[in-house]
Write a protein that binds this ligand. Structure first.
Ligand SMILES: C[S@@+](CC[C@H](N)C(=O)[O-])C[C@H]1O[C@@H](n2cnc3c(N)ncnc32)[C@H](O)[C@@H]1O
Length: 177
């Protein structure tokens, strides 16, 4: 009986995940893919993110990075936008249980995010999509906001800083307006 329940839950989750991924790829949107563990290691060690700061993840998936920023850097407010309803709903529920009060997950298009509040904006999106995001993002952020891009840089501006791992494989790009 327990096995049937566990299996059913698993199948529902898998179905929902596959459906969302399929819809995203059909629309040419970045897939729901969390920042990899080896990238997260780079994040844990190398970011000049200060305690008590605010951070926004545009396309946050299930909010993995927001939890890292909250835990490792003591961010007082970590907000994420994502169109993947499956990821957002599941982790909203889990965050509530874990009493993660500083983390807010919003099921909405990242282009509708209010960008004016944050010390940092984090992105892990595919290059095509980065190109669309770039002009709108830099038009609307505060001059002091630091933008952190994982893996893919913006095409039309120079980063203020690049952080790489020892092998030069993982890269983080930092920008200001
Ligand atoms: C590669 S994942 C990154 C997840 C997370 N930021 C991380 O680093 O773990 C990209 C995410 O962008 C989301 N996404 C794509 N287009 C979006 C849009 N227009 N508005 C909000 N989220 C979007 C996808 O659903 C996916 O979860």
């Amino acid at each position: 009986m327990i096995l049937i329940v566990v299996l059913s839950v698993f199948i529902i989750f898998l179905g929902s995940y596959l459906r969302n991924s399929f819809q995203a790829s059909k629309k040419g949107l970045p897939p729901y893919l969390n920042t990899y563990p080896r990238q997260r290691y780079l994040f844990r060690k190398n970011l000049p993110v200060h305690k008590g700061s605010t951070i926004l993840d545009l396309g946050c998936g299930d909010g993995t990075m927001l939890r890292l920023f909250e835990k490792e850097y003591g961010c007082k407010k970590a907000v994420g936008y994502d169109i993947n309803n499956f990821a957002i709903r599941r982790w909203k529920f889990i965050n509530k249980i874990l009493w993660k009060k500083n983390i807010t997950l919003i099921h909405d298009d990242l282009f509708r995010a209010d960008l004016t509040w944050y010390d940092y904006v984090y992105l892990f999106l595919l290059p095509d999509f980065m190109e669309k995001v770039e002009p709108r993002l830099f038009e609307r952020i505060d001059p002091e906001t630091v933008v952190i891009c994982n893996a893919f840089p913006f095409l039309n501006r120079q980063p203020t800083k690049i952080v790489t791992d020892k092998k030069g494989k993982e890269r983080l790009f930092f920008y200001k307006k």
